[in-house]
Design a protein around this ligand. Structure first.
Ligand code: NAD
Length: 391
């Protein structure tokens, strides 16, 4: 079976789905590895490193003609989708819950689609395949570095002959995988760090990193299903924003990471909260998206300085800005998943397997993932139905 690594097509994307170090793992399992010319360049893996590891470097046309399985980091562009043919399998982070149309297109072409973001993350045998976690770790690390670079003062306490600098006060809102990594990195840089999350379970994790956990009285338990947060009601959201504003004003740097699966990111830092911050403060919004982010006024991919001197950075695709580390981790994730689905050198699709039921989105001409299929064919609402997260 031929497994091919494509050159990523998204603008500015520097990661690659498979790094040379992982090639032998696949060849030892009886797979042949093809790499599109220049696929690893953005992450500093030259074609020669892939050849030395046992892969064949191929031209784009040959790759699509020969491959049985194609590995990508993010969704393929229209040209790449157009090149796929029936019987091929695409592995990548395809975001089918936000882009179900791609799943439908792939099913229509009789391409099998496997998306790493559908992995059941709490399953212990799936840990090594968890690309959402590995990439969120990279993003959280980089967010702290970006904040430190944009901030006009030091993060650590510095006592010098030219005076004493007090440590920066940094607040992380949303302390899942990325938030905890941002806390750890900011602490290593010497900042005084606090964290807040709507899931009470994260309190112990924040404290174990030596940071202070902020508890709000206005919102109680915001935990939802599967370890994720639930969407707050309008009243809860307003009360949370109001209570958070006072905490935000006391900090020099704020990093926001809050997400709710399948929903637009919650607004945590209102324009009023931004106005109450001191000149020179920095906010990094990791939730920034075209739909709006965690911070009022943040623009994805841009840095905005407000009238009162607050720098708001709309962080976008941070893993791609640490391309070698992010690719190394992703490569381990995608190869571990691929190898669990290979038996005797061939791909075996088994939707009764808990991991495969989560990641296989399209197969045999059908969108087989129930949540994605439901998005494509919503059932008419019955009289007693109400809208709620997960519906
Ligand atoms: P995520 O990216 O979905 O969201 C980031 C954080 O934002 C979460 O901690 C969430 O609680 C928080 N958030 C959402 N709405 C908020 C609001 N209104 N106010 C404040 N915070 C808000 O989360 P994630 O990093 O993917 O992690 C989600 C959960 O999955 C965590 O419990 C994590 O520990 C768990 N997880 C478990 C495993 C495992 O068991 N191996 C692996 C990965 C993640």
């Amino acid at each position: 079976m031929k497994v091919a690594v494509v050159k990523e097509s998204a603008p500015g994307e520097r990661r690659v789905a498979l790094v040379p170090e992982t090639v032998p793992k696949l060849t030892q399992a009886g797979l042949e590895v093809l790499v599109e010319q220049g696929a690893g360049d953005g992450a500093w893996f030259p074609d020669s490193a892939y050849s030395e590891a046992g892969a064949s470097i191929v031209k784009t046309d040959d790759l699509y003609a020969e491959a049985d399985v194609i590995l990508t980091v993010t969704r393929p562009d229209e040209t790449q989708v157009g090149r796929l043919r029936a019987g091929q399998t695409l592995f990548g982070t395809l975001s089918p819950l936000t882009d179900p149309a791609l799943a439908a297109t792939l099913a229509g072409k009789r391409v099998t689609a496997v998306s790493l973001d559908g992995l059941p993350r709490t399953l212990s045998r799936a840990q090594s395949m968890d690309a959402l976690t590995s990439q969120a770790n990279v993003a959280g690390y980089k967010a702290a570095l970006i904040a430190a670079t944009a901030y006009g003062r030091f993060f650590p306490l510095l006592i010098t002959a030219a005076g004493t600098a007090r440590p920066a006060k940094l607040l992380v809102l949303g302390t899942g995988v990325a938030g905890l990594q941002a806390i750890g990195t900011a602490r290593r840089l010497g900042a005084q760090v606090s964290g807040y999350d709507v899931r009470p379970a994260s309190k112990g994790e924040v404290q174990s990193l030596g940071a202070t956990f902020i508890e709000l009285t206005s919102v109680s338990n915001g935990a939802g299903e599967g370890g994720y947060a639930r969407e707050l009601t309008d009243e809860e959201r307003q009360a949370q924003q109001a209570e958070l504003s006072a905490h935000i004003a006391r900090h020099d740097v704020v990093i926001t990471t809050a997400q709710v699966p399948g929903r637009r990111p919650p607004l945590l830092v209102t324009s009023g909260a931004v106005k109450a911050m001191a000149a020179g403060s920095v906010i990094v919004d990791m939730g920034a998206s075209p739909l709006g982010g965690n911070v009022a006024g943040s623009v994805p991919g841009e840095t905005v300085v407000t009238e009162n001197g607050v720098t708001i950075i709309g962080a976008q695709n941070l893993p791609s800005s640490v391309p070698t580390a992010a690719s190394n981790a992703y490569s381990r994730n995608i190869s571990a998943l691929l190898l669990t689905m290979v038996a005797d050198g061939a791909l075996t699709i088994d939707l009764t397997d808990e991991i495969q039921a989560g990641v296989v989105v399209a197969h045999d001409g059908q969108v087989v993932h129930p949540a994605v299929a439901k998005l494509l064919n919503p059932q008419p609402k019955g009289a007693g139905d109400v809208d709620r997260p997960g519906n």
